[in-house]
Design a protein around this ligand. Structure first.
Ligand SMILES: *[C@@H]1O[C@H](CO)[C@@H](O)[C@H](O)[C@H]1NC(C)=O
Ligand SMILES: *[C@@H]1O[C@H](CO)[C@@H](O)[C@H](O)[C@H]1NC(C)=O
Ligand SMILES: *[C@@H]1O[C@H](CO)[C@@H](O)[C@H](O)[C@H]1NC(C)=O
Ligand SMILES: *[C@@H]1O[C@H](CO)[C@@H](O)[C@H](O)[C@H]1NC(C)=O
Ligand SMILES: *[C@@H]1O[C@H](CO)[C@@H](O)[C@H](O)[C@H]1NC(C)=O
Ligand SMILES: *[C@@H]1O[C@H](CO)[C@@H](O)[C@H](O)[C@H]1NC(C)=O
Ligand SMILES: *[C@@H]1O[C@H](CO)[C@@H](O)[C@H](O)[C@H]1NC(C)=O
Ligand SMILES: *[C@@H]1O[C@H](CO)[C@@H](O)[C@H](O)[C@H]1NC(C)=O
Ligand SMILES: *[C@@H]1O[C@H](CO)[C@@H](O)[C@H](O)[C@H]1NC(C)=O
Length: 453
């Protein structure tokens, strides 16, 4: 159906980010355009030294403090020239563009004293890995508006090896830091850069709106423990497009808080559009939902994705005590290659923050459609293990997987209902329940949002 071309102006700032969108499509069709910032300074003007050894935290902090004064004059750009710029954690400011020139590498310090320790996020109630506080990320945004990290293929390298070793040897005193974190911010853009070796997550937008991430490469060693690429967390209006992500654990993971803390905070992840991404995950999932999903995850459209060399392709994770929901998800045009388990949904994933969680807080997992998928060299097609008191519903359409494991079981189903059509290998009978077909989820164009047919 051809819609009238209604160009929708969502936000106009005199400079910085502007968002235009065609009414009828997903979040990635709302293009963020970047006007040049009227003021630019180089980090060199603040005494930074690019030898990979001198600590430049104060230079970054001073530069950004200085650039704050341009916020009401169209904002400003902090230019990082080629070289190796070692730093501890620092904060961004609103109406700022951090620009990494080709050959510029921001290096995260390997001395934990250079990373502040901060309170846990309210929707988690504690550090994710250890009870109590957590390390602040390398690059932080807190309550910002119109902030950009971009460049000409410059790099942010977390030098995470030390953190991975401390994690593995249980010698951390606080939960690991991330590489880039935005908290309670809006109109955020990350593009045209490379992120390497994050201590834990690479990009973590939490309690954010209007976050666009495109044309980036994200890499961590396959054996790096629980490293995750992009983690939209209790955030809405998110676009992730044209990104290549290779991780130890999940490549993209959507989350929304943990058990009683996430339920109380109550902020969902919603209206997320993921398109044209190449994802690999050696010990996790290329694309994961949860397991922390207590604020709810809904209205997610994923298309044109290539998932390969991964333990799991697409995984929905939850647990009794989480509450919340994962619903109104449509994933289409996927190719899978060299994947152990193509699809899974589990109601038995992950631990609880403490013993105050409500065991009767059952999560809901419904209105999920996977369609137009081809897979080669897949070991198991699907493992759907729902919760007895809250069975899952999942729909499958036009899926063809070549299974490498001979005639063994391709599908495991318990406490799951659903509908399927044109699926090979033939799914379990629980997924051939035509009375559930009305709850299959598909895209309805007119209002620009996904909807139930
Ligand atoms: C960075 O921002 C946090 C708020 O998130 C604030 O507590 C901290 O003092 C800031 N650090 C600097 C160096 O400005
Ligand atoms: C993607 O980023 C690279 C630099 O990393 C740049 O050369 C290229 O032009 C960007 N592509 C688009 C479509 O913006
Ligand atoms: C960006 O840098 C990476 C690694 O240095 C290189 O492989 C890639 O070709 C570069 N891309 C562009 C567009 O310059
Ligand atoms: C954790 O704390 C102990 C005792 O203060 C200290 O020796 C150790 O270096 C700390 N670990 C890290 C990774 O900072
Ligand atoms: C991602 O990989 C594809 C295929 O190899 C390539 O065409 C594309 O330029 C890559 N994108 C980035 C941002 O590196
Ligand atoms: C099939 O995938 C597995 C990983 O699941 C990989 O180890 C193996 O090399 C792949 N085989 C081929 C022929 O690519
Ligand atoms: C299927 O998933 C369940 C729940 O996550 C898990 O316990 C089981 O080991 C999985 N089975 C296979 C064969 O992977
Ligand atoms: C089935 O999926 C394949 C790609 O996986 C696609 O090329 C084809 O057009 C789809 N068929 C229908 C009827 O949508
Ligand atoms: C089909 O699904 C409905 C729920 O939508 C369920 O009540 C019914 O028992 C299912 N039928 C079979 C045969 O599994």
């Amino acid at each position: 159906m051809k819609m009238p071309v209604a160009l929708l102006l969502l936000l106009a700032l005199c400079n910085g980010i502007r968002v235009f969108g065609e009414k009828s499509n997903g979040q990635c069709d709302h293009k963020l355009t970047l006007d040049p910032r009227p003021h630019t300074v180089s980090i060199l003007e603040f005494g930074a030294v690019a030898d990979g050894k001198t600590l430049n935290t104060i230079a970054f902090q001073n530069a950004i403090f200085y650039l704050k004064s341009f916020a009401d004059k169209g904002g400003a750009q902090l230019y990082v020239p080629p070289g190796r710029w070692l730093t501890g954690s620092f904060n961004l400011t609103s109406h700022l563009t951090l620009f990494l020139e080709k050959g510029a590498v921001i290096l995260g310090s390997q001395d934990p004293a250079h990373w502040d320790i901060v309170e846990p996020l309210p929707s988690y109630g504690r550090g994710i890995e250890l009870p109590g506080r957590r390390y602040r990320s390398l690059i932080n945004g807190y309550m910002l508006h119109d902030v950009v990290i971009t460049g000409d293929n410059g790099t942010i390298d977390g030098q995470g090896l030390v953190w991975w070793e401390w994690f593995t040897s249980h010698s951390l005193n606080y939960s690991r830091p991330h590489l880039v974190e935005f908290v309670s911010s809006e109109y955020v853009l990350v593009s045209n850069i490379i992120l390497l070796n994050a201590p834990a997550f690479n990009i973590h937008p939490v309690y954010c709106s209007n976050v666009h991430i495109h044309n980036i490469s994200v890499y961590a060693l396959p054996e790096s423990p629980y490293t995750v690429g992009i983690v939209p967390d209790s955030s809405d209006n998110v676009c992730i497009e044209d990104c290549n992500i290779t991780m130890g654990h999940d490549a993209i993971a959507l989350k929304s808080g943990w058990d009683e803390y996430g339920i109380a905070y109550g902020r969902p992840t919603t209206n997320v559009h993921i398109r044209s991404v190449h994802l690999q995950s050696s010990s996790g999932s290329s694309l994961a939902f949860g397991s922390e999903m207590s604020g709810g995850i809904s209205d997610v459209q994923v298309e044109q994705v290539h998932l390969y060399n991964s333990l799991s392709g697409i995984e929905f994770r939850t647990s009794r005590g989480r509450g919340g929901y994962i619903k109104e998800i449509i994933i289409s045009d996927v190719d899978l290659r060299n994947i152990n388990t193509a699809f899974s949904a589990t109601g038995y994933y992950g631990s609880h923050p403490d013993d105050k969680f409500d065991p009767d807080a059952f999560p809901v997992l419904e209105k999920i459609t996977l369609q137009n998928i081809i897979g080669i060299n897949v070991t198991m097609a699907g493992n759907f293990t729902g919760i007895q008191d809250s069975p899952f519903t999942i729909c499958l359409s036009n899926i063809s997987l070549s299974i490498n494991s001979g005639p063994s079981t391709s599908w495991i189903c318990s406490y799951v209902f659903g509908f399927s059509e044109s699926v090979f290998p033939e799914p379990c009978p629980e997924l051939e329940n035509s009375s559930t077909s009305s709850s299959c989820f598909s895209i309805l164009k007119p209002n620009g949002r996904a909807a139930v047919l």
